[in-house]
Design a protein around this ligand. Structure first.
Ligand code: AVJ
Length: 318
């Protein structure tokens, strides 16, 4: 209980520091992880069911279509490490197809969320051993000792990789390589570059669900840090950055205004934005270059007929 309480307080202090720093920059920005509080996760769930948001259903279909092959790639008696536990149905599809999996290790920063995952998975797969690990997978951490031998496969669906910048991506791939060892594998979901007429609506839907998701960050600052952001004075915007090969979410100030958070004042010009998330899009060659840099080689690529999304099967090298 005390542990949970102090974790909450550390989070709150980290949030406060990120907001103070991010809003003081010439180009204001906030780390995308703060979008995902309880309300944010709820709205994101809603996003995954939108007509315009193709990634979730496309990746799920690819997993369904290729479950057999992907399971073979993991091998018999697999140890499955999942980075960011909560992919729900996608994880179930994979585990269902595995041949006598030995152990499932869900890794997540949110302890309570992880507990829910464990309960759900134990009910769904009573014979499968589950070992939860509370950790921020973008920071360095160790897989606990006592995890049995056998081929380890890292599962990282949801194109979450796309939220990481080049430096973080490198560090993440290096860490996963260390976790699975020299005979290990990784299964990574990646959203592919495509027409802006498909990409932009996926991040700016007609019903305004993504707008609500983005604006919830301001509401969260008001709730948790005593800010006085006014909803009506900001608008959601999705834009393509060619330089970053990413869809960026911004919150655009609709007038000249001063906002106070925690007694600190932040001035906004009309049209000035807060950059809240980047969702990088890769082409196959570009992704291969990134992973091959980090002691991985691409052994398989599973995709949909329209090549909107790809699941990469990686093997560790040297
Ligand atoms: C959860 C990071 C995969 O980038 O597509 C969806 C988040 N943001 N709509 C993505 C998101 C706005 C999503 N990821």
């Amino acid at each position: 209980m005390l542990e949970i309480l102090s974790q909450h307080m550390r989070q709150l202090e980290a949030f406060r520091a990120d907001v103070a720093l991010g809003l003081s920059q010439t180009r204001k920005r906030l780390p995308s992880r703060w979008l995902y509080d309880n309300r944010g996760c709820e709205i994101f769930e809603e996003i995954t069911r939108l007509e315009e948001y193709y990634p979730t259903r496309t990746e799920t279909a690819i997993l369904r279509e290729n479950a057999r092959e992907i399971a073979d790639f993991c091998g018999e008696r697999a140890v499955l490490l999942e980075y960011g536990a909560g992919a729900g149905i996608k994880t179930e599809i994979l585990i269902d197809a595995l041949d006598s999996p030995k152990l499932y290790v869900p890794i997540d920063i949110a302890g309570e969320f992880l507990d829910e995952t464990v309960v759900r998975m134990r009910r769904r797969f009573p014979d499968l051993q589950t070992l939860p690990v509370v950790a921020d997978f973008t920071a360095e951490f160790e897989i606990p000792r006592g995890v049995p031998g056998g081929r380890r496969s890292a599962f990282f669906p949801g194109s979450t990789m796309g939220n990481l910048d080049a430096h973080e991506t490198k560090g993440f791939l290096r860490q996963v390589r260390r976790h699975v060892g020299s005979r290990g594998a990784a299964i990574i979901g990646v959203d592919l570059k495509k027409d802006l007429s498909t990409l932009l609506p996926a991040y700016d839907d007609r019903e305004g669900v993504t707008a609500a998701f983005n604006l919830n960050l301001l509401a969260r600052i008001n709730r948790e840090l005593g800010g006085d952001f006014s909803h009506e004075c900001f608008a959601h915007e999705a834009r393509w950055s060619e330089a970053e090969s990413a869809v960026e979410m911004h919150l655009v100030s609709l007038c000249e205004q001063v906002v106070t958070v925690d007694g600190q004042r932040f001035a906004f010009q009309t049209g000035e934005t807060i950059h809240t998330e980047s969702s990088r899009k890769y082409d196959v060659r570009g992704f291969m270059d990134v992973v091959e840099d980090g002691r991985w080689s691409v052994s398989a690529i599973w995709s949909d007929p329209d090549r909107r999304f790809a699941i990469f099967g990686l093997d560790a090298t040297w």
